[in-house]
Design a protein around this ligand. Structure first.
Ligand code: SAM
Length: 278
């Protein structure tokens, strides 16, 4: 995976500053992965101080990702996946989930984190239907005109466009992610699906906790993590028709079995949905 220099217990890819937290590595720490540094674990620990069950943010997000991708590759019959902000390789990566259902499914992962790039190229590009592209997902025109992506995905056929756990890390103007999504949605062929998961302000007795987690994220060395209300999240879907059960807590989007205990406040702080472009 390219040149590395020794930094304490981990090999650090050249060009990576291990004294600055990165979104991908903090997320890896949340998931209990090994591709993170002390500074990343500190962000996770400070969120845990205000929300001891903070790990559920990442676990519920991953659960939603797996179930949504199973639906898209299976029932929805989608065979092309564009995954914006792939994150570090983990258990049940998207290509593994969808190619188990449809071995011909093609997956393009995009990320702009140099550690993801190093590990992603090595571990995610497992076969000739799975590719990793380094680009900025918050610049739709860059992604939509990217020749590497166009080489692997056919934009005249339906595809699944995934923004999972990404848009809440946009750190510019609050209204911009909806415009970013509009640019993408306009360019998607008819019959395509979009899937989004995002931190939620549940606007109930747990709103205060959401605000506290947001405060920690925004003031951490990672510096991003915006919680949006349901109405704000619906705007990200650009008016497309949501498939059942609509925009809901990630934990409640077609769970694998009956719920045996009430959802925790953290489980109520991340939502997801899947929508189809007619
Ligand atoms: N999508 C995965 C999931 O849901 O499990 C990973 C989510 S992780 C919280 C967000 C990912 O988005 C990170 O890997 C980060 O590097 C990536 N990311 C953030 N901003 C990005 C940008 N502007 N361009 C490309 N990737 C970005």
């Amino acid at each position: 995976a390219g040149a590395t220099v020794d930094h304490s217990d981990r090999k650090v890819p050249v060009g990576v500053d291990p004294t600055r937290a990165s979104i991908a590595r903090v997320y890896d720490a949340f998931l209990g992965g090994k591709d993170n540094y002390e500074i990343d674990r500190q962000v996770f620990q400070s969120v845990q101080k205000v929300a001891p069950e903070a790990q559920e943010l990442a676990l519920e997000n991953r659960g939603f990702l797996i179930r949504a991708c199973r639906f898209l590759a299976g029932q929805a019959g989608i065979s092309q996946f564009l995954d914006c902000g792939s994150g570090l390789p983990t258990a049940e990566n998207i290509h593994q989930v969808v190619q188990r259902i449809n071995p011909d499914a093609r997956v393009v992962y995009i990320d702009n984190d140099p550690v993801v790039l190093a590990h992603g190229r090595a571990l995610l590009e497992e076969n000739d239907r799975t590719h990793f592209v380094s680009a900025d997902i918050f610049h739709p025109e860059e992604i939509l005109e990217n020749q590497e992506i166009r080489q692997y995905l056919d934009f005249s056929e339906p595809l699944a466009f995934l923004q999972l756990g990404t848009l809440h890390h946009y750190d510019g103007p609050r209204e911009r992610p909806a415009r970013i999504m509009r640019e993408y949605v306009d360019a998607l062929p008819s019959g395509s699906y979009i899937a989004i998961s995002h931190f939620l302000d549940p606007e109930n007795e747990h709103s205060e906790l959401a605000r506290r987690m947001e405060h920690v994220f925004l003031h951490s060395p990672m510096g991003s993590g915006t919680f949006r209300t349901r109405a704000e999240l619906l705007e990200l879907f650009c008016g497309l028709e949501l498939v059942d059960p609509g925009l809901t807590f990630c934990a409640e989007w077609w769970p694998d079995g009956p719920r045996t205990r009430p959802l925790s406040p953290v489980q109520q702080s991340i939502a997801g949905g899947v929508a189809r472009k007619p």
